[in-house]
Write a protein that binds this ligand. Structure first.
Ligand code: DSN
Length: 444
């Protein structure tokens, strides 16, 4: 059989095809298993050194895990299928695993003071898909944040919502105040009669008006879903809004961002009927074999958040504000709602237009080992790129950094973004700075 090189997929962007072609041509036709294994091991070591020890991790959508939780991902329990309820699994021998499942679900409910938790979800995107399936059917309308407000692709045509056949209309937003335009939302929701309204997504500088949105949902017969993909860790630490208590029927999240847990997803709910539907979507529906290794890692990560979540969330928010202040001192504008602090979360947003665009600036900074990424903002567009830069302080906070370290990070960023120093020259300073922050905080 001839293996079709990945680089020849006709739909790949040309730049990606070139990179993949370089990787594939170095593989020697995959004919030397020992060489391939050695290469794999070296790549893993290099990746971990680069991202975990030598870079300043400001990507908002990621984190480092408690190594004790991470080790559970490699345990053999992750290999075993687990179909059915504890007490009546399809395959035999699962009595210990069943207890792990029960512990994780009960811990998740306790962490978020939620009546119901669905833990068998593979990711935040799947958590959204399950929630769409539980609240709407193909052909129905929903409303969601647009990209300018940090809306996530899963809420839209190209993501889970569209693939499931939902038609997504925008939640009207007030860009200057970085919040929902409630009057327009009410008018649009009355006209469109959505089955679901989603709130939040990939950029959350401030809490959203969940109570008022729930009122609108009740008026039009819609469910309200809070996408806490990024805010899960802060909500767990009681330092952001409490979406379920404020009226959201559902709260979804990924568990590897601010949450600091394994690469998985979670759905919390206050509604018994929705919990029943989610249960059936998970089993026998879409998650017949969920990963028990991740479930155990999730349980351990929740114990960390119960013990340290409040202090972690408070420091992450303080760090984001300190970083914003320091960046502005160096002449780097920070995007904020009119008359408010730069952020009330661990997220920070910078208009990217002065630097050429969000992704291009991120790629430039990455050459200095400063890792972040672009985001959409309600400001003038940048042709061919995102118009914002998104920062998250959750990972640097986990590595024990405080406000003084934020001043150093702002200085290092300004060298590349303001002074125009070559990022490759700044990299050695970044690596040296990172050597002081190698131990993980806020873990048990
Ligand atoms: N991982 C998400 C984020 O960083 O916002 C994108 O899916």
């Amino acid at each position: 059989m001839t293996v079709q090189p990945i680089a020849q997929k006709s739909w790949l962007p040309a730049d990606c095809a070139t990179v993949i072609e370089g990787i594939e041509s170095a593989l020697g036709g995959l004919n030397d298993p020992a060489a391939i294994e050695a290469r794999l091991m070296r790549l893993i070591d290099d990746h971990e050194r680069h991202m975990d020890r030598e870079s300043i991790g400001l990507n908002a959508g990621t984190n480092v895990m408690n190594p004790r939780a991470a080790a559970l991902l490699a345990r053999s329990l992750g290999n075993r299928p687990s179909l059915g309820y504890p007490g009546d699994k399809y395959e035999m021998g699962m009595e210990y695993a069943e207890e792990i499942e029960v512990i994780a679900e009960d811990l998740a409910k306790r962490l978020f003071a939620a009546p119901f938790a669905e833990i068998r979800v593979g990711s935040g995107a799947l958590a959204n898909l399950y929630s769409f399936m539980a609240t709407a059917k193909s052909g129905d309308s929903i409303m969601a944040f647009t990209g300018e407000m940090g809306g996530h692709v899963t809420h839209h045509k190209d993501g889970a919502a569209g693939l499931y056949g939902l038609v997504t209309h925008p939640v009207p937003h007030d860009g200057e105040r970085m919040t929902v335009d409630l009057d327009r939302l009410r008018a649009d929701a009355r006209r469109l009669r959505p089955k679901l309204i989603t709130v939040a997504g990939s950029l959350c500088l401030y809490p959203y008006p969940v109570r008022e949105m729930r009122q609108i949902c009740d008026e039009v017969g819609a469910y309200l879903l809070y996408d806490a993909a990024h805010m899960g860790g802060l909500i767990a630490g009681r330092h952001f809004q409490a979406p379920l208590a404020e009226g959201a029927h559902l709260m979804t999240m990924s568990t590897y961002k601010a949450f600091g847990g394994p690469p998985s997803g979670l759905i919390l709910s206050s509604d018994a009927e929705l919990a029943r539907r989610l249960d059936q979507i998970a089993y026998p529906g879409l998650t017949a074999n969920f990963d028990l290794g991740k479930t155990a890692a999730l349980a351990l990560s929740i114990l960390d958040l119960i013990a340290h979540g409040e202090a972690y969330a408070a420091q992450a928010i303080a760090n984001a504000n300190a970083l914003g202040t320091q960046l502005e001192k160096h002449g780097i504008k920070v995007h904020r709602a009119q008359g408010r602090d730069a952020t009330e979360s661990h997220h920070l947003a910078l208009p990217a237009q002065p630097y050429g665009g969000g992704q291009s600036t991120s790629k430039h900074l990455a050459r200095a080992n400063i890792l972040l990424c672009g985001i959409g903002l309600p400001v003038a567009p940048v042709a061919g790129d995102l118009n914002g830069i998104r920062i998250g302080t959750q990972e640097v906070t986990r590595f024990g950094m405080k406000e003084d370290a934020m001043a150093e990070i702002a200085w290092l960023m300004s060298k590349v973004m303001v002074k125009g120093e070559a990022p490759e020259k700044v990299r050695s300073e970044v690596v040296a700075f990172r050597q002081h922050y190698q131990t993980m905080s806020y873990v048990r």
